[in-house]
Write a protein that binds this ligand. Sequence first.
Ligand SMILES: [Zn+2]
Length: 252
Amino acid sequence: MISVIRVRFDTNNDANSVWSDELVRNWMQPLIPYSLGDFWWSSSWAIFSVEHTLYDPIVMTDPRLSAPPGNAAQRGALVQGAIDAATKLIAPDWDNTDIVLLWFAQPTDMFGGGTGTLPLRGGVTKQVNVTVVDIASPFDATCQELGHSFGLQHELDVNGTDYASPYSVMSARNGSVEFLRPADSRLPDGAAIKDPSDPFFNRPPQRVIGPALPAAQLYGNRGSGTARRSSMSPRTTRTTPPSSGSMPSTTE
Ligand SMILES: [Zn+2]
């Protein structure tokens, strides 16, 4: 189960910046063309579950403000801070959560390879993959970040350089095959792209569509057994205080 959590920082006074329940449900819903749910349902040939629960949005202080500097520490604080705030404010069903999808209502960050610690019933915890995207994230990049949480990696060339396949979402935004989909009132647009060097400058980022997932990725992925992590077998550990030296690594 993917738990979808919308987060608005208390410095963002525009409550309307939070995508509505209907918009997010449509975004996660298979069978709506160019929705996130449809992308992964069709792109994974239905191997990856896009079953999800949408929770009420939360408002919180940006946890990075009180965290140490450095990419790993800042991202670790963002993820765990949002999970801890959600636990307190809306008590998501973490026991049945396999992936946390954090969506931020202001430009915040974008990554998909990190993990977070969820407190479960009975005083145990489990680690799950966490996808972080925000209101300014392009659609194809959003697909890639959720792909990381399904256990997928970037494609490599023979020298080990990543983002190497123009034919795959896991190398998306390499400038080869993206296109702008037509407007669809059922789906979010996002906040206009601000980078003047972006080919889609000033366009709605959620309309930037990239390539699907090549079948070769599914072969490797099924072998690794990480993609279909089931809620039937959560990896649980006894609750221990987080050690300050072990921030989760993240992949963009
Ligand atoms: Zn990536």
